[in-house]
Design a binder for this molecule. Structure first.
Ligand SMILES: [Zn+2]
Ligand SMILES: [Zn+2]
Length: 326
């Protein structure tokens, strides 16, 4: 009898929200110098064929390198097999661009691909869309591919201004996105919290540390994200670490270096009140060094590993590779 009672109670309990993870295809990993491999992350919910591109420093070269590394095999399973997946991914998988700020290492690939792109929304804070429509797609630097600003407007891209802290649905995907302003050496940059079916992933564009920027923007972001950590909904963070610790503070230009990223993760832990152990942290925007014999990635990862008191799982993104976050 009591077994029947418990079975009935279990049936009556609300099911936990179906929580899935994300697939991140790295179209561009680095934060400067290396054209053809600049910030661009294709984020999809696992088991879904559509997603968004977080920043677009590199588009076509990233798609081609990804194709060479078989990153788009998921399309074969869903009968989307074509000779070459590049065109299909550009036109059918990437359903929107999320642009953190309008520095060229975040929008250069978008400019280059625009003549062969299909109609898509660009989601960004108003200040970012203002710069793109006024100073980039303005008919002079480049034809006006957008739907704002100088005529003639070609209108391939449709600007959508995100209001900070307010979730917005991304059409033709299962995502909704919330933007948070970041301080980037005098420029407004953005973080995007992407949510789908009970899971979340946080992407940060370029940002300085609060202590250096004399700002509370990252603290406010950590406060907003803390409930997702406590509920175990946050599957990973993509955050920049442009420089190693040898970089002097006055030459950071609104970026993080290893010790500042570690400090910010401790600030996140303090806001969340729960351990970050095992949380995947994808370390983006590393700037290559032309002078050091040792790769910047090697040095930065050594510094991050040795100071990893929050025991997060640091991941170095490599162009064309897929990172799955559960
Ligand atoms: Zn950048
Ligand atoms: Zn920047």
């Amino acid at each position: 009898m009591w077994q029947k009672f418990f079975a009935l109670v279990l049936l009556a309990l609300p099911l936990p929200a179906f929580s899935q993870g994300f697939s991140v295809t790295v179209l561009g990993a680095r934060g400067g110098l290396e054209d053809g491999n600049l910030s661009a992350y294709l984020v999809r919910p696992l088991n879904e064929d559509t997603g968004v591109l977080c920043d677009a420093g590199t588009v076509l070269n990233g798609l081609e390198v990804s194709e060479q590394k078989n990153a788009f095999q998921f399309l074969d399973k869903s009968n989307k097999k074509t000779e070459n997946h590049v065109e299909y991914v550009l036109h059918n998988v990437i359903r929107a661009y999320l642009i953190s700020h309008s520095h060229l290492d975040h929008v250069g690939g978008l400019v280059d691909i625009s003549p062969d792109d299909n109609h898509k929304p660009i989601f960004a804070l108003k200040s970012v869309n203002d710069v793109m429509s006024r100073d980039l797609f303005n008919g002079e630097v480049w034809p006006n591919m957008g739907n704002r600003g100088k005529n003639p407007r070609i209108g391939v891209y449709e600007y959508h201004d995100l209001k900070p802290n307010i979730a917005t649905d991304i059409p033709n995907t299962s995502f909704h996105v919330t933007a948070y302003p970041l301080s980037h050496g005098g420029v407004e940059s953005s973080a995007f919290l992407l949510e789908s079916k009970g899971s979340a992933i946080l992407y940060l564009g370029d940002t300085g540390a609060d202590a250096v920027e004399k700002s509370h923007k990252l603290l406010q972001l950590w406060q907003a994200v803390a409930p997702y950590l406590r509920a175990r909904k946050l599957k990973g963070i993509i955050i920049e670490c442009s420089y190693d610790n040898s970089r002097p503070i006055h030459l950071l230009f609104g970026h993080l270096k290893s010790e500042l990223l570690l400090q910010e993760l401790t600030a996140l832990r303090n806001e969340a009140g729960v351990s970050l152990k095992g949380l995947p942290v994808i370390v983006s925007h590393i700037k290559p060094s032309l002078t050091s014999a040792e790769a910047s990635e090697t040095r930065i990862m050594r510094e991050l590993s040795s100071g990893n008191i929050q025991h997060v799982r640091f991941i170095v993104p490599i162009q064309g590779e897929v990172i799955k976050l559960y």
